[in-house]
Ligand binder design. Structure first.
Ligand code: P6P
Length: 334
């Protein structure tokens, strides 16, 4: 007998079915893809939450395409996501931060292409800071009778049909959109079930926090330096300056910005003139989600992130995203 409190909750499965029923012509393939991602999220969450007591911590000595030392949880997460995405036969190609080239699955006729950062923020693993999985879903461009190719990988941000992230924090949270608003689910680890915790998330029009790595501030543009200087000034009404909040894990910084409002920035710097974050599997999905919640996301040219052309799968981009009021104040300085 499910207790009364659970009886009122909506599971991810129920929500997916509702979404599918509301979408004429839905074949259930995207629904199955979302289920597969949720399964991988549960498996990764279980491993992340016990990483402190297993031998999975530490370096395995390999490096990824970014040239960063890779921690074993990164590899584990990449494997779990690839296994999960290959289960349904709906995914023909996977692009991952952990793989130099796009990976064709065994399902060459699959309808979808998934781009992902399987474990973003992994440099925070050993200090128990929240980390996450970020994913983006596209429909393939090539005909299903032929093998997928690079044109299926190099698509526009506006071509995304779904995007989301999983935050492995004090609770495991799944946030995703299929273009019909942003929904948030929280995992009950005891039941192994994601329950709907918020539907149709709306980012506040304004938020009192700015988020960037201020250690880089002297390498940032004059506009960013001026914006941060303005944030530090006492507000005319509240008499207080804005808060600086920076966790150094994109999924955490974006999730806080989504719920509380404010602005997250990873600007271009003299050391990283194209920015640090990856356009395809970090900036595109986060921009899709923030826009679906009523926010804005642009690059250093004030170009909408979703309109920034993708020419290489691991292409970097600057990114500024958040509440409309905060974003308008910043972009007026560009
Ligand atoms: P920095 C984590 O390594 C990451 O890829 C993002 O999750 C995060 O926003 C950014 O890099 C942090 O970079 O240079 O501030 O350590």
């Amino acid at each position: 007998m499910v207790s009364a409190s659970y009886a009122r909750l909506i599971t991810l499965e129920e929500f997916i079915i509702q979404g599918q029923n509301n979408f004429k012509g839905a074949t259930g393939e995207l629904s199955q893809l979302l289920r597969d991602i949720a399964l991988a999220a549960k498996i990764i969450s279980n491993e992340v939450n016990k990483a402190g007591i297993t031998n999975i911590l530490g370096l395995d000595g390999s490096t990824n395409v970014q040239g960063e030392m890779v921690k074993r949880l990164d590899i584990f997460s990449n494997d779990q996501m690839r296994h999960a995405l290959s289960r349904s036969g709906n995914v023909c190609m996977i692009i991952s931060e952990e793989n130099d080239e796009p990976v064709r699955t065994r399902s060459s006729q699959g309808k979808y292409v998934v781009a992902m950062d399987p474990l973003d923020g992994s440099s925070n693993i050993d200090v128990n800071v929240s980390i996450g999985t970020i994913f983006s879903v596209f429909s393939r461009k090539t005909d299903r009778t032929q093998a997928p190719d690079i044109t299926d990988a190099l698509q526009a941000g506006t071509d995304q049909i779904a995007a989301g992230f999983v935050l492995y924090g004090s609770s495991t949270t799944l946030v995703y959109t299929t273009g019909m608003g942003v929904s948030v689910f929280t995992l009950d680890p005891g039941l192994g079930e994601f329950f709907l915790s918020e539907r149709s998330v709306r980012i506040p029009a304004f938020g009192p926090a700015y988020s960037l790595n201020e250690g880089h501030i002297n390498q940032c543009s004059r506009a960013v330096q001026q914006y941060v200087k303005q944030c530090r000034q006492p507000d005319k009404i509240s008499g207080r300056p804005q808060q600086c909040r920076y966790i150094g894990s994109m999924v955490s910084d974006v999730y806080r910005t989504l719920l509380n409002g404010g602005i997250f920035m990873y600007p271009e710097t003299t050391a990283l003139p194209k920015g640090k974050l990856r356009l395809l599997y970090e900036c595109y999905p986060m921009a899709f989600i923030v826009e679906q919640a009523g926010g804005k996301a642009v690059d250093c040219r004030n170009t909408r992130i979703l309109d920034v052309p993708l020419t290489q799968i691991h292409q970097r981009s600057s990114i500024y995203l958040g509440s409309p009021t905060n974003m308008d104040t910043l972009t007026a300085l560009f």
